[in-house]
Design a protein around this ligand. Structure first.
Ligand code: GUN
Ligand code: ZN
Length: 427
């Protein structure tokens, strides 16, 4: 067992931020040997309960749960910052050519290390990740994550049509590969598999049907895709699937909506779509830097809360412009604020932080496992330095409330704030 004394941030069951300015986090192995949180709270209340346990004192630091990125593309690490008219030309001109390179195993293996280095440097300890359509890209990423002890969820992209040579897969083989990858990786250590139809326009009906059948056969695997991101994409999806009520309904019609199904973007929704998300237990990955960069639109937080479906934050690298959860939370604040095209609201820093930690975990069905620092949670945590840069030190130096402290880090912070990343598996 070991204990850490510093400021401590965690979340209660209602998603409210709980802060101990002089806190104690005690971690130790559970019955299976995994590192979990044994106690979390104020130093004064807890210290006497753990005689003999070494306490590392981290003055001026804030201990916080590792961030969860609810939607990111590992083969798009080098695509960041590639401008385009919009989603579809961006896919054609940058994304597909880059992803085609992942046919080479060595490239996939090298990029897996680069990608995981970036996640960890930015304090992201769990991610729901798209790989490329090449099954070996999953082996590369999962193998690297396993060596680092990360809780990571990933899947091979399914895209058997409207995709160029080099990334297009074969319907039947893609489903055989997916099942094989589920059996290899899902539930192995901390790893999980996600069935990953790229988006409805890139998948034939047969491929979507097969994906739905696999989802039924493996009820605890995740599902991930994209939906309602961009107007051209939506028109295309509506043309290809005229029998479905809406773009989102296509996924429902093929058995791909349920708890543990995470749909990126969810921007251009009506209330029936929102109700379908709520009623099926699916969740949205909100990708604000991507939506601003590709000009896709603004996620409607008011609509999501009014109807009541789950969501969390995501980078969507490489449509997204940063791996940094601080940048993503700030962009989410801007998106929430936007009140000219939809009802705007002012998200609190505690809400933003929750969306990238405990809220994202809830969206994944992993609440109580990751994204929080309550007793029993896996011990993935960060040591943050609220004085990491001169300007940040000035602003946090006169923060009077938790909201002010968190907002200063959201607005001014980046990877320089992340001093240490502790992974439960012990690296
Ligand atoms: N829709 C289909 N594929 C993609 C992708 O790679 N990124 C984004 N942002 N949207 C998509
Ligand atoms: Zn995406």
């Amino acid at each position: 067992m070991k204990a850490y004394r510093a400021g401590l941030l965690r979340f209660d069951d209602e998603g409210r931020a709980v802060h101990d300015s002089d806190g104690l986090l005690v971690v130790g192995p559970d019955a299976t040997g995994a590192q979990v949180v044994r106690a979390a709270g104020s130093y004064a209340a807890l210290a006497g309960n753990f005689p003999g346990v070494a306490i590392e004192h981290l003055p001026g630091r804030l201990i916080a749960p590792g961030f969860i990125d609810l939607h990111v593309h590992f083969p798009q690490t080098d695509v960041i910052g590639s401008p385009a008219e919009g989603l579809l030309p961006w896919l054609e001109n940058y994304t597909f050519p880059h992803e085609a390179q992942f046919a080479q195993d060595l490239h996939a293996q090298e990029m897996a290390e680069v990608f995981l280095d970036e996640l960890q440097r930015h304090g992201v300890t769990t991610a729901l990740t798209f790989c490329s359509s090449h099954p070996a890209s999953v082996d590369a990423l999962m193998g690297a994550a396993e060596r680092r002890g990360l809780r990571l969820i990933a899947g091979k992209v399914l895209q058997d049509r409207h995709s160029p040579d080099g990334v297009r897969d074969d319907t039947e083989q893609s489903l055989i590969d997916t099942e094989k990858l589920i059996r290899s990786w899902h539930g192995r250590g901390r790893l999980g598999y996600a069935i990953t139809p790229r988006f409805a326009p890139s998948c034939s009906e047969a491929q979507l049907r097969g994906a739905g059948e696999l989802a039924a056969r493996y009820p605890d695997v995740w599902i991930q895709s994209h939906v309602a991101e961009n107007r051209d994409e939506i028109l295309w999806a509506r043309e290809l699937f005229p029998a479905s009520r809406s773009y989102l309904s296509v996924y429902q019609d093929f058995g791909l909506m349920r708890p543990r199904a995470i749909y990126a973007h969810c921007i251009h929704f009506d209330d029936e779509d929102r109700a379908l998300m709520r009623d099926t237990g699916a969740a949205a990955a909100v990708c604000p830097t991507s939506n601003l960069f590709l000009g896709s639109g603004f996620f409607d937080y008011e609509g999501a809360d009014r109807v009541g479906f789950r969501y969390g934050l995501a980078s969507d690298v490489g449509g997204g412009t940063s791996f940094s959860p601080f940048h993503t939370m700030l962009a989410a604040y801007y998106v929430g604020r936007e009140g000219q095209t939809k009802p705007g609201l002012s998200l609190t820093p505690g809400q933003l932080w929750w969306q990238h930690t405990a809220g994202a975990a809830q969206a994944l069905g992993l609440d109580g496992v990751v994204g929080n620092l309550q007793p029993g949670c896996e011990a993935d945590f960060l040591v943050l330095d609220p004085q990491a840069t001169p300007l940040l030190a000035r602003r946090t130096g006169h923060a009077r409330t938790l909201d002010e402290l968190l907002f200063a880090m959201i607005v001014l912070g980046d990877d320089r704030v992340v001093e240490r990343v502790h992974i439960a598996a012990g690296t």
